[in-house]
Design a binder for this molecule. Sequence first.
Ligand code: MF3
Ligand code: CO
Length: 239
Amino acid sequence: MRGAGAIVAEVLRTLKEKASPGITTLDLEKIAAEEIKKKKAVPAFKGYRGYPFCLCTSVNEQVVHGMPSKRVLLDGDILSVDVGVLYDGFYGDAAITVPVGTASAEALRLIDITALSLAKGIEAARIGNRLMDIASAVQRCVEAVGFSVVRDFVGHGIGRSLHEPPQLPNFGAPGVGERLKAGMVLAIEPMINAGGYKVKVLKDGWTAVTEDGSLSAHFEHTVAITEDGPHVLTRLTRA
Ligand code: MF3
Ligand code: CO
């Protein structure tokens, strides 16, 4: 799964560079589609339950599953971009949230805490721990600063399919759930709101937004559980 993970990491690096004021989310989709093709991988989301794009691009109060469009990114927006690929029989899946130009201090804090909560979740992805130890590590980190964990979407097992059991919420009690074993691979993906945890899905059937209009951020890594601890397959390994 390292191959798929590395491609996802490289695509996200490119998109992070390109996400500046004036570009549209559809421009980003085209850039990603080309890079995925060039690297001999297949977009994982396109065609999944009829989803029409390689990327999910979720802006500001959009939580996840925003669809690339002619929307122009503006200075001060925050953009969550999620990408998955199939390569050599296996999937990789990751997401980042980036400020577009200069974002507010609150937006930057939300981004930092969401990234930190993913790091805490990854730290808990260790042999002998239980599944919900990951969830509870994420939740503690987020709620300690007054942000909230989205309930309606979860992380997941990943491998020869994009979504495999188990489902992995980002909230819950520690010490609960199955024991983590070497060889399990999980997509850990906290979705965090600056306001309340409630979300709703727009009439397009995909775009999830915060109910109170507050900002939302999303980070995701594909993480293998190994004898040597958690191994992040979607981390950039070299410049
Ligand atoms: N990272 C998200 C997930 O694992 C993205 C899925 S988008 C979809 O569910 F289009 F494939 F649903
Ligand atoms: Co995922």
